[in-house]
Design a protein around this ligand. Structure first.
Ligand SMILES: Nc1ncnc2c1ncn2[C@@H]1O[C@H](COP(=O)(O)OP(=O)(O)OP(=O)(O)O)[C@@H](O)[C@H]1O
Ligand SMILES: [Mg+2]
Length: 262
């Protein structure tokens, strides 16, 4: 299907980074997501909160195309990507990290980032037969610095701490100059020091690089995000500025006082 001129024009300029309209996802009879309307501006940093099973990761899977939605539409910088396969979304500058680590454990930090850069530079997330490319290697070295891992760049992934592995995943998600990134619980399992480091990495990203961060730790979420979407039972429960959400009695009753185990 070819885009009309107005569609192509609207895919640049002032279009929103993400626009979800009526997005729903069924797994058999289970409604994991329903009626999701969400708009995220370019450069905006949004936290998605909600208890276990609220549908947060499913929301990411719909946006990335890992599990496309059953209903509704998704626009990325103005372009309707609802039916696109994941690699077409990656090609347009969408990246994500996963709740579960996906790294090459026998390779070094730098090699992992280099391979991720190779994958996206060809416009496909494929890791077959990379040839050494100095520009990509330089960009990989830079990304290793961005996530504060310069001293560990030659370390084999299997020898990294859990927190370092999560930092490495962020470097990989940053490869190929993304326009928008989805972070799925990057702070889960991190020590307090590692959490502070993560907040620094995320707040230090270039201003045009918007993201959504799924986060159970309100403290991390509120420090990195300018807006918050609170989910419950597959639906959006509340949206607002961090302070509004934090002080909302309904949110407090549902979430903050709800024995969240992270
Ligand atoms: N691939 C799948 N097949 C069947 N059901 C699924 C699948 N993925 C998610 N679900 C179900 O959809 C609902 C939402 O799950 P999801 O993983 O999106 O929650 P979440 O908010 O990310 O939770 P958590 O905080 O535990 O990561 C849950 O009931 C889950 O069991
Ligand atoms: Mg999840």
């Amino acid at each position: 299907m070819t885009a009309t001129i107005s569609e192509r024009l609207s895919s640049t300029g002032t279009a929103n980074a993400l626009e979800l309209r009526g997005v729903g996802k069924m797994f058999g009879a289970l409604s994991a997501l329903a009626d999701i309307d969400m708009t995220v501006r370019p450069g905006e940093r949004r936290a998605v909160l909600g208890s276990n099973g609220a549908g947060k990761t499913t929301l990411f899977n719909c946006v990335t195309g890992d599990f496309p939605p059953t209903t509704g539409s998704i626009r990325f910088f103005g372009e309707d990507i609802t039916a696109f396969p994941p690699h077409e979304r990656i090609r347009r500058g969408l990246r994500r990290t996963y709740q579960i680590s996906l790294l090459f454990s026998g390779l070094s930090v730098l090699d992992n980032v280099y391979l991720a850069s190779c994958g996206v530079s060809r416009g496909r997330f494929s890791f077959r037969r990379p040839r050494r490319d100095d520009a990509l290697m330089a960009s990989a070295e830079n990304l290793v610095r961005v996530v504060h891992m310069e001293d560990a760049k030659d370390t084999i992934v299997a020898n990294l701490s859990y927190g370092q592995q999560r930092q490495l995943e962020i470097a990989m998600a940053l490869s190929g100059a993304p326009r928008f990134i989805l972070f799925d619980e990057p702070a889960a399992g991190l020590s307090p020091t590692e959490r502070r480091d993560l907040v620094e990495i995320l707040t230090g990203l270039p201003g045009h690089m918007g993201f959504i961060i799924i986060e159970h730790d309100m403290d991390v979420a509120l420090r990195v995000a300018e807006s918050v979407t609170m989910m419950h039972n597959g639906r959006i429960f509340k949206e607002g500025k961090p302070a509004e959400i934090e002080n909302d009695p309904e949110v407090q009753a549902l979430y903050l006082g709800g024995g969240e185990d992270g």
